[in-house]
Design a protein around this ligand. Structure first.
Ligand code: GRG
Length: 297
């Protein structure tokens, strides 16, 4: 595998590229109400890590050998849905937070009603661009299906509902796995699969990348739980130490930090194993898995 610093450079190049795509997509839509657009841009253009978008682009490049505009649109769409979920997750009725990506949350910077609308608008617009900007109807509809299933009532929203329900009650590993799978891992799986679909992958390739995406998503959420305990708000750009205060069901609360790290590492190794058939062209995805496991924010 290539050295760490070259991977860091590749990830930051992808982040810059995605930031450009996000801004130009909003700029192109000139008919959005001004106040609403300000709130959408405030959250969408705030400094996210863009890992889901990078995953789309790298999976597409792995299959197709080069970048393609379908993957660009898919990367923008998944970041829009992800940003909507963060805006709504921060609302007083949900996690009630005032810090996100190192800045005031959307409802603090604007107001609660505008934050709800900005989230709604980003969610809707994601599907608008997948339907309107991809000129291959089969690829477009597959991408829409993948993203809607991952983010919808049998995906991310189901995970959020279970997460809220599990607060301050005695629970178990089965419930925790259900929450992580739905709240977080299905969106990572969708990112990997959307990249593959954009490049016309065959079913075997889609299956392997689906497995990889799911596993890195599970590892990502365990790392997130660990960081909430071990890191600071300054480092994370969001309020640290919230899970324990809110009585959340997390890996550290259920099995302790040390065991949580063991499981995160095991799942990351499984993610890497699922790339076996792709050879060294998939090294960037292997390095992504390890980077997400060892991340500090
Ligand atoms: C759907 C109403 C509604 C609310 C949102 C699932 C969910 C429900 C919100 C997601 C919030 C959350 C804590 C999800 C878990 C996944 C996670 C750790 C998100 C943070 O992702 P990062 O670290 O964020 O990639 P950045 O800011 O880097 O994009």
């Amino acid at each position: 595998m290539a050295c760490v610093s070259s991977f860091t450079t590749r990830l930051s190049q992808k982040r810059d590229y995605v930031n450009g795509l996000l801004s130009s997509t909003l700029d192109k839509h000139i008919d959005i109400n001004d106040d609403l657009k300000k709130a959408m841009a405030y959250s969408l253009e705030s400094p996210g890590k863009r890992v889901r978008a990078a995953l789309v682009l790298w999976c597409s490049e792995l299959i197709g050998g080069e970048s393609n505009s379908y993957a660009d649109t898919a990367a923008v769409a998944i970041e829009m849905v992800h940003t909507y979920s963060l805006i709504h997750d921060d609302l007083p009725a949900m996690d009630d937070d005032d810090l996100r990506r190192g800045r005031a949350t959307c409802h603090v910077a604007f107001n609660e009603a505008m934050a709800i609308l900005a989230g709604d608008a980003l969610l809707t617009m994601a599907f608008e661009i997948l339907a309107g900007e991809i000129d291959n109807p089969e690829i477009s509809s597959k991408l829409i299906l993948e993203l809607s299933q991952a983010s919808g009532p049998a995906g991310m929203i189901a995970g959020q509902a279970a997460d809220l329900r599990a607060e301050n009650v005695v629970s178990d590993m089965k419930m925790l796995e259900y929450i992580h799978l739905n709240k977080t891992a299905k969106m990572f799986k969708a990112a990997a699969v959307m990249g593959a679909i954009s490049a016309n992958a065959d079913s075997k390739q889609i299956k392997a990348l689906s497995e990889y995406g799911m596993k890195i998503g599970l590892g990502f959420q365990i790392a997130d739980d660990i960081l909430d305990v071990c890191s600071s708000s300054e480092q994370l750009g969001k309020t640290a130490g919230k899970d324990e205060k809110a009585g959340k069901l997390t890996y550290p609360s259920l099995i302790g930090l040390e065991q949580s790290r063991v499981i995160a590492e095991r799942i990351t190794n499984q993610a890497v194993e699922s790339l076996a058939n792709f050879g060294e062209r998939a090294d960037v995805l292997r390095e992504l898995a390890l980077t997400l496991l060892n991340r500090t924010k």
